[in-house]
Design a protein around this ligand. Sequence first.
Ligand code: NAD
Length: 493
Amino acid sequence: MRNNTRYNMQPKSSHHINGAYVEDIDGAAIENHYAATGEIIATVHSATPAIIDQAITAAHNAQAEWAARPGIERGRILLRAAELLRQRNDEIARIETHDTGKALQETLYVDAVSAADNFEYFGHIAATMVGENIPLGESFALTRLEAVGVCAAIGAWNYPVQVASWKAAPALACGNAMVFKPSEMTPLSALILAEILSEAGLPDGLFNVIQGKGDVGAALTAHPLVDKVSLTGSVPTGSKVMAGAAESLKLVTLELGGKSPLIIFDDADVENAVSGALLGNFYSTGQVCSNGTRVFVQSGIRETFTRRLIERTAAIKLGDPMDEDTQMGPMISASQRDIALSYIEKGKSEGANLLFGGNAVKMQGLENGHFIEPTIFDGVTDTMTIAREEIFGPVLSILEFNNEEEVISRANDTDFGLSAGVFTRDIARAHRVVEKMQAGTCWINNYNITPVGVPFGGVKRSGMGRENAKAAIEHYSQIKSIYVEMGDVDAPY
Ligand code: NAD
């Protein structure tokens, strides 16, 4: 089915604060471009200091009453939001495709769906977030799970509504209020989420969206009424957010970048391993934090694996992201595409062997789009730049290995630690290897699957804290311990 309808993407206004759209044209204009054509689809204004204060104050004023409600009441509103996200799935998919350039084939099935799953999961468990009773002989102690307060959340541009929801759903379930700043590249879908939460019955002030670049993110991080900051973004931004939050000792969750290993052993099912490598490198035009961009392939399977990888990569349909047959859209911006192209040049100049792709593409009718071929290198060594730095584009590197011990040590030889994947039919070996992986999320015989019930996050420089699953609760709540004396006070005085 073809659907080239171009929607008017201009939102009602730039920000959504205290349950209503708010504008302040004193803030610098931020143009929003469609990645497939380069044309401007919306313009929003960066939050001024007054808007930042307005949003944080609204969150602050609304939070205590929300936290005092029974979890089941909070959960009911989140469940309604999940339903509304599903009802508006197609609209959100079209917004995400225009905002990011990701193929509609993906956004129709992943972005709002993952967001809805999150609200559904945390809606269901909101009533179960309770403390413990700790017997102490005659006396006992209680713990209460209490909200943190006002959470500032800052998003990346690759999965806009998903990133917002992965933060908002657990935060709201735990009784917090949130001010969310989407990436300046993708300002639109968070505003729809704010509309949906209001319609679902969320009291005003609990989920606010303000626009802006890094300076607005930094202002949120520094604000005295903010108790916690959650960032999804790059490692350098993670360092800045942590440094900013350190001043006032705010809690921090960081979901950062990666350079993850995907290990293919000789005994792997070749077609499944190739599927994993394709999903782990070319989905969302390679703009996925957890991508397995260092594909370690054991010598015995290398030839067959590489042949099938190239054949199947050559069949990927690159093109108009609004065409549902398109499998790979453009990159989000000319500058991101140019970064990927410069890494490809580095790969070539440092001696890697370019097996497939490597070029920018001019698509007929979409000549100003930021298209790039899915790209495969082999002969990549551990010290080459393309094997060490996050490219965040569709560039796959094949590194050959001989044995298990060797590949474990090479796979871990990185500052990052977001994810890792292993393909093998030997399940004992699979477990042995993932146990040694320095990574927050590992997949055996699959790649990049992130169901809401499984914690997601990184170690080393890929971040701290976890999103999804019950693990997220501890990052949006704090424990109060209450000792209860049942006898007399034993004092030596
Ligand atoms: P980025 O770090 O450039 O920006 C992320 C967000 O931080 C944006 O909203 C930006 O405006 C804001 N920001 C920038 N400077 C700031 C500052 N000093 N203080 C506060 N906020 C600031 O990242 P990006 O280019 O938007 O996203 C790509 C990166 O995100 C990649 O490294 C990718 O791996 C990572 N990512 C990680 C995950 C994950 O879950 N681990 C998911 C998606 C993307």
